[in-house]
Design a protein around this ligand. Structure first.
Ligand code: ATP
Length: 626
């Protein structure tokens, strides 16, 4: 995750203004609700005026009917205030929950479109906390502080005018705490912003740890690490608790100032007012009304503390939300224009005839301007964006041609960059230099959607989703009709030798993945393979797809795959000779380049590193390369 300390802090108001486009669709309702809330709040200010009339009029005159009338007015005004506040809540509840839902949906859509490099950098818990806690904080801000900072502001202003009009000197006295309160609020805003950012980032860290512990529960239990995990969790939660306590202390400090200073001013007014009533320079009704107005302003004033705190938290949540939303998605600006050469090349259909050539005398260097189709990598260099500056690129000038309909195995030592190379073809990462073409067309010149419909991938780690077996496999189908076709599903399961699914409790309708039945590593791999082949893709990229299978199942899968691969151009990462034999040719990746390409048996004879890799002979790769 990018350092939060480095994140520039912009003023809370400017940050919160970024919510406006999301609030715009519900602005009519929100403004109506705000007006209703202002009316409700002003209604409460009328009650002291009725009290003044009551005390100076019917009570002073002993008019019982008048007292009853006054009491009735107070009751009706109280009722009106309650009803108006109820109406406000009704007006905003539904629209604001839709604002939250829309923002969450937009965040999810953005996460789907962000490049893998982004997801490599950001811990999932930080993203999860933005999609949950932060959005909830934003909704609460739109519902309460945003409305009530306005409502309370208007109410305080109206109340002060009423009090000044009742008695100027008492009114000015009650205003004295305003200046120290403003100073304290300014200091508070700055300090609380820092604490709030720290707390929300720490919530993200806690979420990440919980998520990792749940996903890695087998490793934790297997290595007996539950105590150290619990310790790590306790440390994180203690740190979060410390930050929350700091927030509470800051809030406590501002509340003390906001509560005590106005109370002192009101107390002083009470003493001075009583003396003046005794002197006869102030009517009892005016004093009662003045003090009732001051008390009616009590809540609007003291609520400013936590409304500011909530607003600050919302500003932090908004900044965190837009850190993700402001990241450039992969499909927009980064589609590089195709080079003139690649645009000039005609897209030639995959030709099974050419692919059938069993042994290829390929060289490590492919010519750069060949018009045949298939998959071609030319001078491909790649360095991970977050790799240390002095680290050599993972791929450093890869030239490789997989002919149309051919299957080519890619071998290399662990960490040589095989998985990295496979990820470049569907553009999960962007190459640093060089180019990759499919049937002569630069992959950066075609829309990603089209590219990914043409290239199917089965990764080393066969992730399954919380869905049925059928849904997991059919998500690989490019065609909408195919996604519901049981025949297509049956064929793919057949190729991947995944007949075991029929023995599951509900067959292909059995729920698997996180929320469903747990499958073995080999079963998962076969479903991932079925997902890759289900759409009969033009290009198939398989990252060691059979590593978890026993030799008999592997042989059966290979036999079925041979039929599929006859029409498909395939790049297959392989570690075992049995997987290599599935391919027409094999390429050796070494030192960031393709060191040799050829037939398995031929390379066994002619390339010492390849022989070492395949046989496990006691020869070090460095030595072999020499
Ligand atoms: N997201 C990443 N950020 C930075 N470096 C990475 C990242 N992923 C992989 N690497 C580095 O790139 C190099 C190549 O990794 P890669 O996974 O492509 O190797 P591999 O040949 O597939 O290995 P294996 O056979 O073990 O699967 C390794 O040194 C690895 O540490």
């Amino acid at each position: 995750m990018p350092s939060t300390a480095a994140t520039e802090r912009s003023p809370a108001v400017r940050t919160l203004l970024r919510l406006w486009p999301h609030l715009r669709p519900v602005r009519a309702r929100w403004f109506s609700a705000a007006v209703v809330a202002v009316l409700a709040s002003l209604t409460s200010l009328v009650i002291p005026l009725v009290l003044k009339w009551l005390v100076d009029g019917p009570i002073a005159d002993g008019d019982t009917a008048g007292v009853w009338l006054g009491a009735l007015w107070v009751l009706l005004l109280g009722l009106a205030e309650a009803l108006l506040f109820g109406l406000r809540r009704w007006l905003v509840a539904r629209p604001l929950s839709s604002v939250e839902a829309d923002m969450r949906e937009a965040l999810y859509r953005r996460l789907q479109r962000l490049p893998i490099a982004f997801h490599d950098r950001w811990p999932s818990g930080q993203l999860l906390s933005r999609a949950t806690t932060d959005l909830m904080i934003i909704r609460m801000f739109l519902a309460f502080p945003l409305t009530f900072l306005l409502v309370n502001g208007v109410t305080i202003l109206a109340g002060v005018i009423v009090m000044l009009s009742m008695d100027r000197s008492l009114g000015l006295l009650v205003l004295i705490p305003v200046i120290p309160v403003i100073v304290v609020c300014t200091v508070f805003e700055k300090r609380f912003a820092e604490a709030s950012r720290t707390a929300q980032d720490q919530v993200g860290d806690v979420t990440t740890l919980v998520e990792e512990s749940v996903l890695g529960i087998r490793v934790i239990k297997g290595f007996g690490r539950h105590r150290s995990q619990a310790r790590a969790f306790r440390e994180l939660t203690h740190r979060l608790r410390g930050t929350e306590l700091r927030k509470a202390r800051l809030l406590g400090g501002i509340m003390a100032v906001i509560v005590v200073l106005p109370e002192l001013a009101i107390g002083t007014c009470l003493v001075l007012g009583t003396v003046r009533v005794a002197d006869g320079t102030l009517s009892a009704g005016t004093l009662v009304a003045f003090l009732s107005t001051a008390l009616a302003l009590h809540w609007p004033v003291i609520s400013i503390g936590f409304l500011l705190a909530m607003s600050q938290e919302a500003a932090t949540a908004t900044a965190r939300y837009f850190e993700v939303m402001d990241t450039e998605p992969e499909s927009a600006a980064d589609d590089r224009p195709a080079t003139a050469a690649s645009q000039a090349l005609p897209a030639s259909p995959a030709s099974p005839a050419t692919s059938a050539s069993p042994v290829s005398r390929a060289t490590a260097k492919a010519p750069t301007a060949v018009k045949e189709g298939g998959l071609r990598l030319e001078g491909v260099r790649f360095r991970y964006p977050d790799a240390p500056a002095d680290a050599p690129p993972v791929l450093d000038g890869v030239d490789l041609h997989v002919r149309p309909g051919e299957s080519l195995a890619l071998v290399g030592t662990t960490g040589s960059g095989k998985t990295t190379l496979t990820a470049l073809i569907p553009r999960l990462h962007e190459i640093t230099e060089g180019r990759i073409t499919l049937d002569g067309v630069d992959i950066t010149a075609m829309p990603r959607e089209e590219l990914r419909a043409r290239v199917a991938v089965a990764f080393e780690d066969p992730t399954l989703f919380s869905a049925t077996v059928g849904e997991n496999v059919l998500m690989g189908a490019a065609d909408r009709d195919e996604r519901t076709d049981p025949e297509v599903l049956g064929r793919a399961l057949g190729v991947a030798q995944a007949g075991f699914v029929h023995a599951l409790p509900q067959g292909v309708d059995t729920q698997v993945g996180e929320q469903g039945l747990s499958l073995s590593g080999g079963q998962r791999q076969r479903l991932a393979l079925a997902r890759a082949v289900v759409g009969s893709p033009d290009f198939l990229v398989l990252d060691d797809p059979l590593s978890a299978l026993d030799v008999h199942t592997e042989a059966a899968v290979e036999a079925a795959l041979r039929e599929v691969l006859a029409d498909t151009t395939a790049l297959i990462v392989a570690h075992r000779p049995s997987t290599v034999l599935l391919a027409d040719r094999v390429a050796l990746l070494s030192g960031g380049r393709i060191a040799a390409v050829g037939d398995h048996h031929e390379l066994l004879r002619t390339n010492a590193e390849y022989a070492w890799l395949m046989s496990g002979a006691p020869l070090e790769p460095e030595e072999a390369r020499r």
